[in-house]
Design a protein around this ligand. Structure first.
Ligand code: AHM
Ligand code: MG
Length: 333
């Protein structure tokens, strides 16, 4: 049995020399995961469910547990000397922390807010960058707006039937399961690869009439194919990105949250949700795009920027892209 701690320690040398800075960040994330997991399991008994009565910068209602997870993770990282600053989906501005820190951390503290009150899995998404600004000065937005290819670590914690932590540092994707009795994350999914076939497809089609015509044709084609094929992919959509992504990562599936005519930028956030999931997807052998180009190549302009998001097996992402670009003749569908 390999603990997360041991796994990180073994790789620390190859990743950053032996400073231990990055390892301490991952340790804080795993501690945060254990604490958030503990609060989630007690939520309905302890009165932590429901709305806080505030809206965040995205104009979305903040749940009590959103705020709790956000506060808890900020507290943890503010005591970490290696973290120069933090950006969170729940905070209007970046939070400069330790001026001597080498890294900045981005968080979606509790993703899948609409599922918190109903016992459906939710998650935490994280992404880490080496800061650009000189050590000894407060970090700035530029440290957070480096682009997805500059991530040095990204991952998620899924609070489901078990608590899982999956991450990448660019050497593949590795997954750990929390052993509650020992309070340790144990390596259960080394070198995860996304199966190349389309087992599942996951999207909310309530705005399908507002999607690009090519994408509407893709969906019609998927359904037409399902009527004919003996082994057809199935719909699975939870509405928590972490849960939907995790299932598709292990089983082979397409996740999409496109833009609409009224909201071409889509719903999901480029920095907190898009980049980390895109990097995990690529590291697991899949593809990630915004419908036009590889998501990791999109240049960020604002910390709370939104993006259309398509994640999945490479061949299916190519198919979606061909439909989106109107490269598939109408008579072929
Ligand atoms: P959140 O960060 O406020 O929780 O919103 C993001 C969530 C994702 O987890 C999920 O993929 C998506 O919103 C679901 O949206 P919808 O309810 O429109 O299908
Ligand atoms: Mg989110």
């Amino acid at each position: 049995m390999v603990t997360l701690e041991q796994f990180i320690a073994d790789r620390q040398q190859e990743f950053e020399g032996a400073t231990g800075a990055f390892s301490k960040i991952l340790r804080d994330l795993s501690l945060g995961a254990k604490l958030v997991s503990f609060y989630l399991r007690r939520a309905s008994l302890a009165g932590f469910l429901g709305e806080l009565g505030l809206t965040n910068i995205q104009g979305e209602s903040v749940q009590k547990l959103d705020a709790m997870a956000n506060r808890l993770l900020i507290n943890l990282f503010s005591k970490n000397p290696h973290v120069a600053g933090l950006a969170s989906e729940e905070e209007d501005e970046i939070l400069p922390l330790n001026p001597d820190g080498k890294y900045v951390v981005l968080l979606d503290p509790l993703d899948g807010s609409s599922n918190i009150d109903v016992g459906v899995p939710v998650g935490t998404i994280f992404s880490v960058y080496r800061r650009l600004t000189p050590s000894g000065t407060p970090c700035t937005e530029a440290d957070f707006l480096q682009g997805g290819r500059k991530q040095v670590a990204a991952g998620y914690i899924l609070y489901g039937t078990s608590t899982l932590l999956f991450y990448t540092t660019g050497q593949g994707v590795h997954g750990f399961t929390l052993e509650p009795a020992a309070g340790e994350f144990l390596l259960t999914y080394p070198q995860v690869q996304m199966p190349p076939q389309l087992t599942y497809y996951s999207f909310n089609d309530n705005q399908l009439h507002e999607w690009a015509p090519g994408l509407q044709r893709y969906v019609a084609d998927l359904h037409a194919h399902n009527r004919k094929a003996p082994q057809s992919p199935s719909l699975r959509y939870v509405g928590s990105l972490v849960a939907d992504f995790h299932r598709n990562l292990l089983k082979g599936g397409l996740f999409m949250y496109p833009g609409t005519l009224k909201k071409p930028e889509g719903k999901l956030r480029l920095l907190y949700e898009g980049y980390p999931m895109a990097w995990l997807t690529e590291q697991a052998g899949g593809k990630a795009t915004n419908g036009t180009c590889s998501l990791l190549d999109v240049t960020p302009t604002a910390i709370h920027q939104r993006t259309p998001l398509f994640l999945g097996p490479a061949s299916e992402i190519d198919r979606v892209t061909a439909f989106l670009n109107e490269d598939v003749p109408v008579e072929a569908t």
